[in-house]
Design a protein around this ligand. Structure first.
Ligand code: NAD
Ligand code: IPM
Ligand code: MN
Length: 352
């Protein structure tokens, strides 16, 4: 098949891990006789430096004309002045909103060989396999913001329709797995969470009778994720809670550098990005783990390009490279490690 993919390398380690994903996709194209055409565009700090804007119009046009978008990461200290007129992160938020990708799917899977890289006891990690479904285009991220000399505010707003559609995505995914859905909110304090909870109860009760629904308050959920991670099947939650809980959950897998994501809307054009950021502390030194980015490319093959066998092959290649002992510094648990590019080479070597 032929596919057009927009690459948005962004900032910090973004370009380093994006190059790795591209190399793996080139290897997939060769192995499976596909033609992937890549178009690179600017986003984030790199776009601010070049054009003054974090999401230039040609970038949006390229994304909209593509079958899928692969994004590295945006942001960094250079653009982090709280008084700056524009910020790299606005580019990413603007792109998510423009593409309408409201469902952010963050799988948390464990490579058993990486147990030593996790701060949790190995027996806690047995059987961990969950999907966190994070609402991505609403909530406090997108409400009205104000700031003056004496105060500041961020409005958190959700419509019932926004909650219904994300809960349906999550319940459908749970139905294809172990049938367990956990909705995370803060209904003891927040109106948006009370609406989230009654909408979730209704949608699941009326439309998904086979799904077992659990509800947790977000503070307790942060604890349960560590005390009984293997119990979770699908978690659905609002934008900010999902952001925070998945960085926490990444340590089950051993590193933030391991978790991919897919951001989907109602069309097949998806946005694929690792859950980590631009990691300014390690950028430019060959220390970044490209697995999250490569696994995001695998999700792209599955969800936007309709190539499940190729997606399985990439995920299998990551697993085999790790089983063979390939480790970047973040997952080496003090042992010897290889560079970002060498990790990509190991994944490509294991692609069968
Ligand atoms: P971060 O995710 O960039 O880094 C947190 C820690 O994890 C750092 O110690 C970093 O070195 C490490 N880490 C992250 N990815 C790694 C990888 N692939 N391999 C090895 N180690 C990795 O979070 P931060 O430092 O809080 O934020 C830095 C910048 O990134 C900020 O500007 C933030 O807004 C931005 N950010 C962007 C995205 C995105 O583009 N999707 C996501 C998160 C943060
Ligand atoms: C993520 C990031 C972004 C978010 C930032 C960079 C806007 O942390 O993708 O997880 O909070 O959504
Ligand atoms: Mn985040």
């Amino acid at each position: 098949m032929e596919a057009l993919i927009t690459l948005l390398p962004g900032d910090g380690i973004g370009p380093e891990v994006t190059r790795c994903a591209r190399d793996v996709l080139d290897a997939v194209a060769q192995r499976f006789a596909h033609r992937f055409e890549f178009r690179e565009a600017l986003i984030g700090g790199a776009a601010i430096d070049a054009t003054g804007e974090p999401l230039p119009a040609p970038t949006v046009e390229s994304c909209q004309a593509s079958d899928a978008v692969l994004l590295g990461a945006v942001g960094g200290p250079k653009w982090s002045d709280p008084n700056a007129a524009v910020r790299p992160e606005q580019g990413l938020l603007g792109l998510r909103a423009t593409l309408g990708v409201y469902a952010n799917i963050r799988p948390v899977r464990i490579h058993p060989e990486l147990a030593a890289a996790s701060p949790l006891k190995p027996e806690k990690l047995e059987g961990v396999d969950m999907l966190v479904i994070r609402e991505l285009t609403g909530g406090i991220y997108f409400g009205k913001k104000t700031r003056d000399a004496t105060s500041a505010s961020d409005l958190c707003e959700y419509t019932v329709a926004e909650i219904e559609r994300i809960v349906r995505v999550a319940a459908r995914l749970a139905g294809a797995r172990r049938g367990k859905l956990c909705s995370v909110d803060k209904a003891n304090v927040l109106e948006t969470s009370r609406r989230w909870r009654d909408t979730t109860d209704r949608v699941v009760g009326d439309e998904f009778p086979g799904i077992e629904l659990e509800t947790l308050l977000v503070d307790a959920a942060a604890m349960h994720l560590l005390s009984r991670p293997a119990d979770f099947d699908v978690i659905v939650t609002e934008n900010m809670f999902g952001d925070i809980l998945t960085d926490e959950a990444s340590m089950l897998a051993g590193s933030l550098g391991m978790l991919p994501s897919a951001s989907l809307g109602d069309s097949t054009v998806g946005l694929y990005e690792p859950i980590h950021g631009s990691a300014p502390d390690i950028a430019g030194r060959g220390l970044a783990n490209p697995c999250a980015m490569i696994a995001s490319a695998a999700m792209m093959l599955r969800h936007s390009l309709g190539l499940p066998a190729e997606a399985d092959a990439v995920e299998g290649a990551i697993a085999n490279a790790i089983a063979d002992g390939a480790r970047t510094a973040d997952i080496a648990a003090g042992g010897s490690h290889i560079s970002t590019d060498e990790m990509a080479v190991e994944v490509i070597r294991n692609l069968t």
